[in-house]
Design a protein around this ligand. Structure first.
Ligand SMILES: [Zn+2]
Length: 278
């Protein structure tokens, strides 16, 4: 059967790959079709579009912007954003079986065990909207969690956000979070060490842009707690960089500017990974 290039104007790939040159798009489509041993028809186009969605993890120390980046990139790439924090809140709010279980541990002041977190995640990624991929924020945090995740789903890329510690601390202490929807803002104005981060102020003082909820400073967003969290991150989470590096999945991203500047850079990296993987 003869394989021809599909007419790329008929499919919305361009929407998702705004940075790609025409020949790169053609190679991508051609490689995918070849892999599928498939002729060109509408179903194949749909499959090609599906394949380009991938499962990604955002890694990085507390305050590096994982939440901000994954939240903002998820609608651009049309894949759901999943944070374990949100999963907890949702399950507890809806009094699901697993939510009740999690609450038992939290009420006792204990950490929610991996099995419970994994179960929540498993239920979440089984939902329809995750079929084309997802972006994970705040998970995995440890090697054992990463090993369990390996059995649950193929991760295609791990974006590792890099930022100096003193800037992290200043940023975290200036963080404001919407009490209602969890949207994140920042009132710090940073311009040193080659890093320029103007504040991410809400449009109205103290109010969330999305839902007008009250913006608060979390109790644990202070210097002592941040240093303690960084210590834990180094001990428990940093080994994940090695873990995923061995799998060839790590992409380092040095944070040098505000999200508006960094997001196009991250999107470009994601596109390159996807093209190479297909
Ligand atoms: Zn809000």
């Amino acid at each position: 059967m003869k394989t021809t290039y599909p007419d790329e104007k008929k499919i919305p790939l361009r929407t998702f790959y705004p940075n790609l040159k025409n020949f790169q798009l053609k190679i991508f489509i051609f490689k995918t079709l070849k892999k599928l041993h498939a002729p060109c028809n509408n179903n194949v186009f749909k499959l090609v579009i599906k394949l380009k969605f991938m499962k990604k993890i955002f890694l990085g120390p507390p305050g590096s912007g994982k939440g901000t980046y994954s939240r903002r990139i998820s609608p651009i790439r049309n894949v759901p954003y999943i944070s374990t924090g949100d999963l907890f809140r949702e399950n507890i709010k809806n009094s699901t079986l697993i939510g009740k279980k999690a609450k038992e541990f939290m009420n006792k002041g204990e950490l929610v065990p991996d099995e419970v977190v994994i179960e929540m995640l498993k239920q979440r990624v089984a939902q329809n909207d995750c079929q084309n991929g997802f972006i994970l924020d705040g998970f995995p945090r440890t090697i054992p969690q990463a090993e369990i995740l390996d059995n649950l789903s193929d991760i295609n890329a791990v974006i590792n956000l890099i930022i100096p510690e003193d800037i992290l601390i200043e940023k975290i202490c200036a963080r404001r979070i919407c009490k209602n929807c969890g949207d994140i803002y920042n009132i710090a104005n940073i311009n040193r060490e080659g890093i320029r981060m103007p504040p991410m102020d809400p449009k109205q003082d103290g109010k969330c842009d999305k839902c007008e909820g009250e913006l608060i400073q979390r109790d644990d967003d202070n210097e002592d707690t941040v240093k303690e969290r960084l210590k834990i991150y180094k001990k428990e989470t940093e080994p994940l960089i090695d873990f995923y590096n061995r799998k060839g999945l790590i992409k380092d991203v040095k944070i040098t500017g505000p999200p508006e500047e960094m997001i196009p850079i991250i999107l470009k990296i994601l596109e390159e990974i996807e093209i190479n993987n297909n």
